[in-house]
Design a protein around this ligand. Structure first.
Ligand code: NAD
Length: 310
C-alpha cells in the first residue's frame, strides 16, 4: 500500500514509517520538524519538510496515496495551557486542512492519532469509548475537535475514518524536552545517570503506559481492517501504574536506586486514566503484548541518549 504519514518524523511516526517500509509499503512523510528528526527515518522513506496547512504541498504528496496517517500535532498537555491558540491551529486547523486535501485528492482512508486525554477525569476505573469526553486541557479539546472533524468531513465525502485514542506511549526515540518531559524516559535517564527523581504530591497518579511497538501494531491494523469506518477506538494496555510503582519498576529493571524528592505541589492533571480495551480487542482483534517491565528494558537497551555521558 501507499501511505502518507503526517508528523512521521516524530516519536510514534518514525516507528510506524520504519515498520511500514520494512513491510514493503511505499511511505511518504510530511513533518515540519518542529519536534521530529528526519535522520531517524529509513532512507527509502520519501521525506518532505512542511506544514500540515500547506495545501499545495499536501495535494502533491497525496497523489496515489491509499491511506493517510494523521499524526502531526503539538503534543504537550502542559504547554497547551500556555499556548492554546497554537494548539488549536496545528491540531484542529491542521486536521481540517488534511481532510480538505484528502477530499480533493480522492484519498479513501485516514487514521487519526487521537488521545486518551479526551476522557479527562471520569468516575470509572477504566474509560470506554461510550463515555462522554470531559477534556481538561486545550490539548485534549483539540484532539476531541480533530476526531469530530475527521469523522464528520469523512462522512460528507465518503472517506473512511478511524480515530485511535492512544494512551501513554513510551519507547526509544521519544523527545525529552527540558521542561514537561514525558515521565518514563525522564525517570529512566535520571536513574541511570544517578540523578534524583521528583515526585509531585503522593505519586498516586495512575496512567496506562503502552510500548511504541504495540501502538504501531494498532495503527497498522486500523489502516487495513475492514468495516471499522467512523469508529473511535482506545489503544492502551488496560493496566494502570502509579508514579510510585513506575519508579519502583524502573529501579528493578535498571538495578539502580533513585534518589526520590517528594514535593507537596500536587501536579494538575487527571488522577487516573486507564483504557478499557474491549472495543479494540473486538474490532481489531488486538491486544498489547509488551509488559511495562519488558518495555522499560527495551528502552534502556535501545535508547543510548538515556545513559548519561560523563
Ligand atoms: N506519545 C503519546 O503518548 C501519545 C498519546 C496519545 C496521542 N498521541 C498522538 O500521536 C501523535 C504523535 O505523537 P508523538 O508522541 O509521536 O509526538 P511527536 O511530537 O514526537 O510527533 C509529532 C510530530 O508532528 C510534527 N508536527 C508538529 N506540528 C506540525 C505541523 N504544523 N506540520 C507538520 N508536522 C508537524 C512534529 O515535528 C513531530 O515530528 C500526535 O498526534 C499525538 O497527539 C501521542
Amino acid at each position: 500500500m501507499r501511505f502518507l504519514i503526517t508528523g512521521g518524523a516524530g516519536f510514534i511516526g518514525t516507528a510506524l514509517a520504519n515498520y511500514l517500509i520494512q513491510q514493503g509499503h511505499t511511505v511518504r512523510v510530511l513533518d515540519d520538524l518542529s519536534a521530529g528528526q528526519a535522520e531517524r527515518l529509513h532512507p527509502d522513506i520519501h521525506f518532505t519538510r512542511g506544514d500540515v496547512e500547506d495545501k499545495p504541498k499536501i495535494w502533491r504528496l497525496l497523489n496515489k496515496i491509499d491511506c493517510v496517517y494523521h499524526l502531526a500535532a503539538r503534543v504537550s498537555v502542559q504547554e497547551s495551557v500556555l499556548y492554546p491558540r497554537e494548539y488549536n491551529k496545528t491540531n484542529v486547523s491542521g486536521t481540517v486542512a488534511i481532510m480538505e486535501a484528502m477530499r480533493d485528492a480522492g484519498v479513501k482512508r485516514v487514521v487519526l492519532a487521537s488521545s486518551g486525554a479526551v476522557y479527562g477525569e471520569q468516575n470509572i476505573a477504566k474509560v470506554h469509548e461510550d463515555l462522554l469526553p470531559n477534556p481538561s486541557s486545550p490539548y485534549a479539546v483539540s484532539k476531541l475537535a480533530a476526531e469530530n472533524y475527521v469523522h464528520t468531513i469523512g462522512a460528507e465525502w465518503n472517506i473512511e475514518t478511524v480515530c485511535l485514542r492512544i494512551f501513554n506511549a513510551y519507547g526509544p526515540g521519544q523527545a525529552i524536552p527540558p521542561i514537561h518531559a514525558p515521565v518514563i524516559p525522564m525517570v529512566v535517564r535520571q536513574v541511570l545517570g544517578g540523578g534524583s527523581v521528583i515526585i509531585h504530591g503522593n505519586g498516586q497518579q495512575v496512567r496506562d503506559y503502552i510500548y511504541v511497538d504495540d501502538v504501531v501494531k494498532a495503527l497498522v491494523m486500523a489502516a487495513t481492517t475492514d468495516n471499522i469506518s467512523r469508529q473511535t477506538i482506545n489503544v492502551g494496555t488496560s493496566i494502570g501504574t502509579s508514579i510510585n510503582q513506575l519508579v519502583d519498576l524502573i529501579e528493578q529493571v535498571t538495578n539502580q536506586k533513585a534518589q526520590r524528592i517528594v514535593t507537596n505541589v500536587v501536579s494538575g492533571g487527571i488522577s487516573t486514566l486507564i483504557a478499557d480495551t474491549s472495543k479494540v480487542e473486538k474490532l481489531l482483534g488486538y491486544t498489547s503484548r509488551v509488559t511495562l517491565a519488558e518495555g522499560i528494558a527495551l528502552l534502556v537497551e535501545q535508547d543510548k541518549r538515556l545513559i548519561k555521558q560523563f
